[in-house]
Design a protein around this ligand. Structure first.
Ligand SMILES: [Zn+2]
Length: 432
């Protein structure tokens, strides 16, 4: 009699996404998983392979690997109730796919056949992959990370390389049980840019977005946070009572417009967001596939230790345009555009049926202004329509991810949640 598998494993990948024209737009999809994954104990042993420290064409000489390892672990430890137990090992290869691993959560970059298998045929596109072993209750027993030995990593922002620290921070999120985020500027978003995207050396976030913080606190609880955490238990149906399908919901801080959490709604129209800081938020929903417009569903107040229910009926309306890319410095991408407070920048959007004369453009935050007279149509070929507009942020704009929206004269609206990121690092390409 065949023994029933006690363990399942799942793969997560971090993909690079940036294009300069509409030609050969790659299509990606990843399968979502069902049980919530978590480590049972909050002290998590991780073993770093010495292959990360040896001279290696995949790592630029003089990179500060040990510093980046320490910082990427601390980034998660500082905000959630977890602690890593770090060792260094001569082990090179991760556990192969299967029902269970070898018990060691290995982080490696060694070019071994076992490690290369994890990328399948995708080693051109992917910077790293994490294989998580867990049981039916979602308890993680091991999570192995391979940094793609066919790519090059650095810690100094060198153009054309991946930032080692932000790549590792993303994969550590998977090791802890996080899935990809629906918020564009989140560290846990599935898309990553190489250094040099938008002509900037820092493009991939090393720090966590509010959405990353909410998601990790939902699993492990907060470390030293006064106002944490509350839950929203939501359900959105169509006006005829049928469940809404395929939509994403997200919460923006009412006062600032910063995106604090996002998720896909379940097939019965329900959604649950835990780990939220006590605060007032606006709730938004939008079709993940782009066929229907987005809606502002009103305000909700979250209190510490409480579950707030949010029940809405909506009538989605079909829209005939689709924003597929945002961009900057002539490049279109699936990434957030990093900007600084107190400056003006030219932002690009690209997609289907985008005629600038038809649209009003804005940001769902009182800290931004879009200059209506400075919208330019650009030629990126026949398959895509692209235009640019000028955004100005106030000097006191808090760091975080903000939402650009495009509204057509007939009222249809598309939100780009988290697509504008106010960062601490300098984006010198502002309009003077
Ligand atoms: Zn990933």
């Amino acid at each position: 009699m065949a023994r029933q598998a006690k363990f399942l494993s799942v793969l997560f990948a971090l993909l690079i996404f940036s294009i300069t024209s509409a030609a050969n737009v790659p299509q990606f999809s990843e399968t979502a998983i069902t049980p919530e994954l978590r480590w049972k104990k909050v002290t998590i042993p991780v073993a770093f392979s010495n292959s990360l420290l040896r001279s290696n064409p995949a790592i630029r000489p003089d990179s500060d690997i040990q510093g980046a390892v320490r910082r990427s672990l601390e980034t998660w430890e500082e905000i959630a109730n977890i602690e890593f137990q770090v060792t260094w090992t001569d082990k090179l290869s991760v556990s192969p796919a299967g029902n269970s691993g070898d018990g060691t959560s290995l982080i490696t970059i060694a070019q071994t056949p076992e490690n290369l298998l994890i990328f399948g045929g995708d080693s051109d596109e992917i910077s790293a992959r994490t294989r998580v072993f867990f049981n039916r209750r979602g308890e993680i027993s091991e999570a192995d990370i391979v940094l793609n030995p066919y790519q090059q990593f650095s810690t100094d922002g060198a153009f054309g390389t991946f930032d080692f620290e932000s790549t590792l921070t993303h994969e550590i999120g998977h090791l802890l049980g996080l899935e990809h985020s629906t918020v564009v500027g989140a560290t846990m978003n599935e898309h990553q840019g190489k250094n040099g995207t938008f002509n900037l050396s820092s493009i991939s976030p090393r720090s966590l977005s509010e959405d990353d913080i909410t998601q990790i606190r939902a699993i492990y609880g907060a470390r030293d946070a006064e106002d944490c955490c509350g839950t929203v238990d939501g359900k959105i149906s169509l006006s005829n009572g049928k469940p809404l399908k395929g939509f994403n919901v997200w919460l923006e801080e009412s006062e600032t417009g910063r995106v604090f959490a996002g998720t896909k709604i379940n097939t019965d129209g329900s959604f649950l967001l835990r780990g939220l800081q006590a605060n007032k938020y606006r709730v938004y929903a939008q079709d993940g596939a782009g066929g229907f417009g987005g809606q502002d569903l009103g305000e909700i107040e979250i209190s510490k230790g409480k579950i707030t229910s949010f029940i809405k009926k909506i009538t989605p309306s079909a829209k005939d345009f689709d924003v597929q890319f945002t961009g900057f410095n002539g490049q279109l991408s699936k990434l957030a555009v990093p900007v600084n407070g107190g400056k003006s920048y030219q932002i690009f959007v690209g997609g289907k049926n985008l005629n600038p004369e038809d649209f009003q453009i804005g940001v769902t935050s009182p800290f931004f202004r879009v200059s209506s007279g400075k919208i330019n149509k650009l030629d990126y070929g026949r398959n895509i329509s692209v235009f640019s507009f000028e955004v100005t942020s106030l000097p006191e704009t808090p760091t975080g991810e903000y939402t650009i929206y495009l509204q057509k004269s007939d009222g249809e609206i598309e939100f780009l949640p988290g697509s504008l990121a106010v960062e601490n690092f300098l984006n010198p390409w502002n309009i003077l």
